[in-house]
Design a protein around this ligand. Structure first.
Ligand code: FAD
Length: 391
C-alpha cells in the first residue's frame, strides 16, 4: 500500500467526480480520483435522455458524436384509460451515448492532469486532524478536501431514492425512433413510471423505477413480452428524486447524485451533476487559492446551486408531490387537460417546472390540484409563496 498527499481526493468517476477532478487539476492543484468500476461510463446506469441545449453549454470537446437520437414526440400510456401523443420537438430532447459522454469528461480530466485510478474502491475515509485519510485496498491518501461523488447509492435521503431497473432491448422490426413512451401504472409505482427510450431504429432502453424491486421486474418483463424484443443488458441501480443535500463538513463535499443534484420530476442528473460540479469546483479553487475559508466555500456552493436550480427544483418537487398522490384516473384527466389546453411546449427539457407554472395558468393548476385530490389550491400557493419562488 502506498501513501500520498493530494489537494483533492474524489470518490467516484461519474460525470460529477470527473468534472471536479479535471477542473481542480486544470488550475494546477493535485486531484486524485478513485473509481471502483473497471471502465469509466460502464455499466451505463442511464437512459441518456438529456436536453441538447444544456449539453451544448457544458463545452465538452468530444472527438465523436455524443448525440445519437433526436426525440420529437412523446406518448403517455395509462393502461386503464388509453394513450395520448404529444409533440415534444421544442423540448430539444436528445439521446446521448452516455458511455462516450463520461469518457469525454474523463479525457478532459486526464488532459488537465487529474490522476484517475480505475478498479479501486474507496472503503473508508476519516478525518485525522485537518486532513482526510482516504483508504482503498491499494493506498492511503491524505487530502485537505474530499469530494463524495459516489452517485445515487450515497444519497442520504433513502425515501427520495428509488430502486430502478433498465433493460437494453433489441427489436426485430424498426421502432419509432423519435418517440419516447412513458407508461404510468400506479398499481406498480406510485412515485414513478416506466419508460421506453429508443436509441436507434432497432434498440431501445426500457426501464422503470419505484415500488418494490420485484414489482418493477415483473412489469418490465411483461413490457418486454408485449414488445417482443430481446434483452441484451440489465442494469440495476437507483434514481434520486430528492433535492439538493449540500451538507458539507470539515472539507467533505458532496456533488452530483450523492448531493441530490437531479430533477425531482424524472431523476435525470446526467447534465445537472456536471453543472453542480462546475459550481463546486469554482468554490474549491477559491478555497485552495486562499481566497475563502472552508465554511464560506460550503455556503457559497449551497447558494450557487440554489441560484442556478433552486427555484426550478422546488417547483418540480411540488409537482412530484402532487403526482405521487394521483391515481391512474387522475393522471389521465390531467394529461387530457394539458392536451386540450393547447399549451405550447417549453424550450428547455431541464426546466419543465418553471415552464409549467409560467404557462399553465391558474385554471390548469386548479385542474391539477382537483385531480390530486388531497392538496388544496391554496395550500400549493402558500407553499410556493413561503419559498418566495413563484412570482
Ligand atoms: C436507470 C437509470 C436511468 C437514468 N436515465 C437518465 C436519463 O435519461 N437522463 C439523465 O439525465 N439522467 C438519467 N439517470 C440519472 C443519471 O445517470 C445520474 O444522475 C448521473 O449519472 C449522476 O452522475 P454522478 O457523477 O453524480 O454519479 P454516477 O454517474 O452514478 O457515478 C458515481 C460513480 O461512483 C463510483 N463509486 C461509487 N462508490 C464508490 C467507491 N466507494 N469507491 C470508488 N468509486 C465508487 C460508481 O462506480 C460510479 O461510477 C438515470 C439513472 C438510472 C439509474
Amino acid at each position: 500500500m502506498s501513501d500520498s498527499t493530494v489537494d483533492v481526493a474524489v470518490i467516484g468517476g461519474g460525470p460529477a467526480g470527473l468534472t471536479v477532478a479535471g477542473r481542480v487539476a486544470a488550475a494546477g492543484f493535485t486531484a486524485l480520483l478513485f473509481e471502483e468500476d473497471d471502465e469509466i461510463g460502464s455499466p451505463e446506469r442511464c437512459s441518456g435522455l438529456v436536453s441538447s441545449k444544456a449539453l451544448q453549454t457544458l463545452g465538452l470537446d468530444c472527438p465523436r458524436k455524443l448525440e445519437v437520437n433526436a426525440i420529437k414526440r412523446g406518448e403517455l400510456v395509462v393502461p386503464s384509460s388509453g394513450s395520448l401523443e404529444f409533440d415534444l420537438e421544442s423540448l430539444g430532447m436528445t439521446v446521448i451515448d452516455r458511455r462516450l459522454y463520461d469518457q469525454c469528461i474523463l479525457f478532459d480530466a486526464k488532459n488537465s492532469g487529474a490522476i484517475v485510478n480505475l478498479s479501486e474502491r474507496v472503503y473508508g475515509f476519516t478525518l485525522k486532524g485537518d486532513r482526510w485519510e482516504v483508504l482503498s485496498r491499494r493506498r492511503a491518501v491524505n487530502s485537505r478536501i474530499i469530494v463524495d461523488a459516489r452517485g445515487a447509492p450515497a444519497y442520504s435521503r433513502g425515501d427520495r431514492r428509488l430502486y430502478a431497473v433498465q433493460l437494453g432491448c433489441f427489436f426485430r422490426r424498426p421502432v419509432e425512433k423519435d418517440k419516447v413512451t412513458v407508461i404510468v401504472d400506479k398499481g406498480y409505482s406510485r412515485e414513478y413510471f416506466f419508460w421506453v427510450i429508443p436509441v436507434d431504429e432497432y434498440t431501445a432502453k426500457i426501464g422503470g423505477a419505484g415500488g418494490s424491486p420485484r414489482m418493477v421486474d415483473v412489469k418490465l418483463h411483461s413490457l418486454v413480452e408485449e414488445y417482443g424484443c430481446t434483452i441484451y443488458r440489465s442494469i440495476r441501480s437507483s434514481i434520486v428524486i430528492g433535492g439538493f443535500d449540500g451538507s458539507s463538513k470539515d472539507g467533505l463535499f458532496k456533488v452530483g447524485d450523492s448531493a441530490g443534484q437531479t430533477k425531482p420530476t424524472t431523476g435525470g442528473g446526467a447534465i445537472l451533476s456536471v453543472q453542480g460540479a462546475h459550481i463546486l469546483s469554482s468554490m474549491l479553487l477559491e478555497y485552495l487559492n486562499g481566497g475563502l475559508q472552508l465554511g464560506a466555500a460550503a455556503e457559497r456552493y449551497r447558494r450557487g446551486w440554489e441560484k442556478m436550480y433552486g427555484r426550478e427544483e422546488s417547483i418540480q418537487r411540488l409537482l412530484r408531490g402532487i403526482y405521487e398522490q394521483m391515481d391512474d384516473g387522475k393522471v389521465w384527466l390531467f394529461a387530457k387537460a394539458i392536451d386540450r389546453s393547447g399549451m405550447s411546449m417549453p424550450a428547455d427539457f431541464d426546466r419543465l417546472g418553471s415552464w409549467f407554472l409560467a404557462t399553465a395558468g391558474v385554471r390548469l393548476v386548479k385542474e391539477l390540484v382537483r385531480g390530486a385530490g388531497h392538496m388544496t389550491f391554496d395550500s400549493i400557493i402558500r407553499m410556493l409563496e413561503r419559498e418566495r419562488k413563484w412570482k
